[in-house]
Write a protein that binds this ligand. Sequence first.
Ligand code: ZN
Length: 325
Amino acid sequence: MERKSLDGESRALNAGGFRHPMERPLLGICIVGSVVLFAALLLVAFNSQTVLSFFREESIAAYRDESPEAADLSDEEIIALLPPETTELLARIESLNPVAILLGPLAVLLLTVWAMGREYGKLRANALRITARQFPQVYAMWASITRDLGMKKVPDLYTINGDGVLNAYAACVPGFRSFGALYSDILETCLRNEDWDSLKFILGHEAAHIRLGHVAWWYMLFKFVFTFPPFNYIIGLPLGRAQEYSCDKVGHAFAHDHDCKGLLMLTVGKHLYREIDFDAHMEETVERGGLWATLINLSSGHPILAWRVNAIRKGHNGGLFLRRK
Ligand SMILES: [Zn+2]
């Protein structure tokens, strides 16, 4: 269903249509991987004595095969001679507790509630809530964007002193509420410059994180295991980069700003971003390549800013691992 936005344009955006094509497959790997890992741990925990005796016997037999002089030693004596990594593995299998594993997802969920609750608490304690009475123009824009994205309830929006840092984020306290936050320098810059395009882009990007479920408890639960090395480099971080590309596209659908000033502001700060020679910047950062920049991209949850700008500008799906011209 189409809605009449406050700026007069009639639109209703299907945010899912802006998803980066790799977002769903990577999330699918997270879901399947988490379920398989959980099931495997449970299986081992419920059969720990069987698994333990199997590994003990295998380890002892392997040691006897490799060390003929150990033929006369007892099993216990050989166990004492096994490499530390093997004894550590045996100790870990022995310590697996099925109840603790069953409670694992609940623990992650409670941890998420605690972490997100603290973020929300910081905003409630030290930030300014943007409402119909407080920066009404900004609130109207946020309300319009979130409604256009199909949200029935307008999420809270706050602005908080970032001490010069330019940033914005969205989050959700599971079972409680979703919210967005703008660091004050971003808001101040957009308002002083009457830069509505950048503001729409940033608000659209953050609203998209909420609409696409990136801040939902289940999304974070399934991602949890893949936020740790080495899985984060092949799954967790690329998924984060895909999410950013997805949200950039939604933000751009609201702003229609092909110069991507909302992202250039993050590149050179609040004063210089409107003076950038866009083509020279793209030529330098995208056309001419860059091994080291690619390495930075691989270890980051956000794609390189120039790649994000280029993906919007060219209307393609940005590269998750390698630069895409
Ligand atoms: Zn983002």
